[in-house]
Write a protein that binds this ligand. Sequence first.
Ligand SMILES: Cc1cc2nc3c(=O)[nH]c(=O)nc-3n(C[C@H](O)[C@H](O)[C@H](O)COP(=O)(O)OP(=O)(O)OC[C@H]3O[C@@H](n4cnc5c(N)ncnc54)[C@H](O)[C@@H]3O)c2cc1C
Length: 221
Amino acid sequence: MTVRREAARVNAGADDITAEWEPLDGLEARAGISPRSRIRRHAERAAPAEAESILRAGRVAHVAYALEGQPYVIPFLYDYADGAVYLHGAPASRTLKTLRDGVDVAIEITLLDGLIASRDAESHSANYRAVVVYGRAERVTNMTKKRAILERMTLRYFPGRTAGTDYEAATEKQIRALEVLQVPVIELGVKMRAGGPRGPRDADPAAWGTAYVVELGGYDA
Ligand SMILES: Cc1cc2nc3c(=O)[nH]c(=O)nc-3n(C[C@H](O)[C@H](O)[C@H](O)COP(=O)(O)OP(=O)(O)OC[C@H]3O[C@@H](n4cnc5c(N)ncnc54)[C@H](O)[C@@H]3O)c2cc1C
């Protein structure tokens, strides 16, 4: 994975990749490695160690790309495994057609854990765990790999559900008719907020008004 090279290209804003190639292990090491993914506002909320667990727990991926200067963001089901996000759908999908041509893509996944009510207007907030992944898609054409990805994705959304037992396995024709894209995670930003209200009067039970947390249990935002 040419992570540092890619980050260097982005930093330089150029296509010429000159930095040293250096393999990096794990997702955590790819967090905040260039200005596009570094958490600047509330830097203390950067949470690279949570990246894997967020990507494994999320259900909806918001897939963003630019086409002829127009930004798009489109929701998808997805799977995450081994440092890559997997998307699937009809080959005619504009999003998938655009991505498979290798354009830069950003994919956002958010878990909304709670809503924070504060005694002060400006201190209302939310507890969340969020990831923004940067990468470029590659087509998965190997039929065995495609089937394995699709069955793993089904299992992720329906734990324990198995082809051949709970449902008829997809035919070769059906698998061939689906586009499956793999987006290796080149770089990512990971941010989270946890805890209670932090307004200037929230720790004082004698202060007027109310302060509390509405727990949402990782609602898939
Ligand atoms: C939770 C969720 C999961 C999904 N998972 C998948 C998936 O795994 N695979 C898949 O192929 N499709 C999925 N879809 C449908 C997907 O969002 C797209 O509608 C579809 O892939 C067609 O994409 P397209 O780029 O061809 O869109 P087009 O039909 O070309 O979209 C044209 C325009 O319609 C609007 N639009 C498109 N989709 C949506 C949308 N979902 N909501 C609101 N406006 C929209 C946008 O403005 C877009 O620019 C999912 C949708 C949702 C809500």
